[in-house]
Design a protein around this ligand. Structure first.
Ligand SMILES: [Zn+2]
Length: 370
């Protein structure tokens, strides 16, 4: 074996050892396991997707090397050993607000990208950083809002005020009265790229006084502005719900501020009188199962709270009338049976797994109030 080749193998072995230490076996930005890249300016290890964002930075902020395929020098190895993910995050993520949502591997790209830009490009979390716009839970700016009954996206002025527990939008800037005001404490915000086909989009959801859900969709040309809005709403809810109090549990904050849907996607559904199959967009949001005529519909065609087995809910593969059909399943409720069909075996399994977990959970008093 040539000396160069042997040296390379030895350095790769040393690099592999460094990766086992100091939190280096997880991506420094999204926590994905076994990252295959490294930033040799910061001395941190990164997954493919996060490394892609770092590559867009200037070389004084970031230089990316592949752990497996690039050539490593002794100086680079020494630098990685002296730094590493734990040390890096102690600097770059030192002052992350408790309400700020840190991305995990399965989160939308816009959340990961803006987290990485916030950490290293805008340096929002280092000592002495200027106050970011979302910190106080008050914001004023423009978002495109999807029309209720048409497919247009129109620019609207949005004003968020944590002090007033309100998020309002105006048709025209000079309007004195908002077109609508959300109760911030009661809205849920989720990323909506799967529904809108827009990378930088959010869905606002709230349950009206009649117990039915209403959806609003907004988007922005700027990933930064979208995430600033998302974090500002979380910041407002954080204060309004008293989560900043001394008895608040930081580990529970994330799920209370914004709730991702457990599962969503198209399924075919049978009507109660065995009408023809209809394609519907289904969303499982906690115990609430909703189906819509199309993904961006403002209101659901139907929604039900999934109870536990004790309340008469059940789930099984297939259906009595359509035994011959693949990927079909039946959800039994006290009122009626819902016959639904997925397009693949895997899709059916994922839906049935999620629904089974809900049915297996006893209902709390809060669940019963809907
Ligand atoms: Zn990552």
């Amino acid at each position: 074996m040539s000396t160069i080749r042997r040296q390379d193998q030895e350095r790769k072995a040393a690099l592999s050892k460094i990766q086992q230490e100091n939190g280096n076996d997880y991506c420094a930005d999204c926590s994905e396991q076994h990252p295959k890249f490294a930033c040799i300016v910061k001395g941190i290890f990164l997954c493919l997707e996060c490394a892609g964002v770092h590559r867009s930075f200037s070389t004084d902020v970031s230089r990316i090397k592949s752990v497996n395929t690039d050539v490593w020098t002794d100086e680079m190895l020494q630098f990685m050993e002296e730094n590493g993910n734990i040390k890096g995050n102690a600097t770059w993520a030192k002052n992350v607000p408790v309400f700020y949502r840190r991305p995990t591997p399965t989160d939308p790209h816009v959340l990961k990208e803006q987290w990485i830009r916030a950490k290293y490009e805008r340096k929002e979390f280092v000592d002495g950083a200027p106050e970011p716009p979302y910190l106080k839970g008050s914001m004023r700016g423009y978002l495109r809002k999807k029309g209720k009954d048409d497919s247009s996206w129109k620019v609207r002025l949005f004003v968020l005020s944590a002090d007033n527990n309100s998020l309002s939008y105006y048709i025209k800037d000079q309007d004195r009265t908002p077109k609508f005001t959300f109760n911030v404490k009661e809205i849920n915000v989720t990323f909506a790229q799967d529904r809108t086909n827009e990378d930088n989009s959010l869905q606002f959801t709230y349950v009206k006084s009649d117990g039915l859900t209403r959806n609003y969709f907004v988007s922005s040309g700027s990933g930064k502005e979208l995430i600033d809005w998302y974090m500002a709403i979380r910041s407002a809810k954080f204060c309004l719900l008293g989560l900043n109090g001394p008895r608040a549990d930081p580990s529970k904050v994330n799920a209370i501020l914004t709730r991702d849907f457990t599962m969503e996607g198209f399924l075919q559904k049978k009507g109660p009188r065995d009408e023809p199959w209809a394609k519907r967009w289904f969303t499982l949001d906690g115990r609430r199962l909703l189906y819509f005529k199309e993904p961006m519909a403002p209101s659901a065609l139907g929604e039900l709270i999934i109870g536990s087995r004790t309340e008469g809910f059940d789930l099984h593969e297939g259906c009595t009338r359509h035994q011959e059909l693949d990927y079909c399943f039946t959800l039994t409720t006290p009122g009626r049976d819902y016959v639904v069909m997925a397009t693949t075996e895997n899709e059916r399994k994922m839906w049935m797994d999620c629904l089974s977990k809900v049915i297996a959970q006893p209902m709390t008093d809060e669940d019963k109030q809907g």
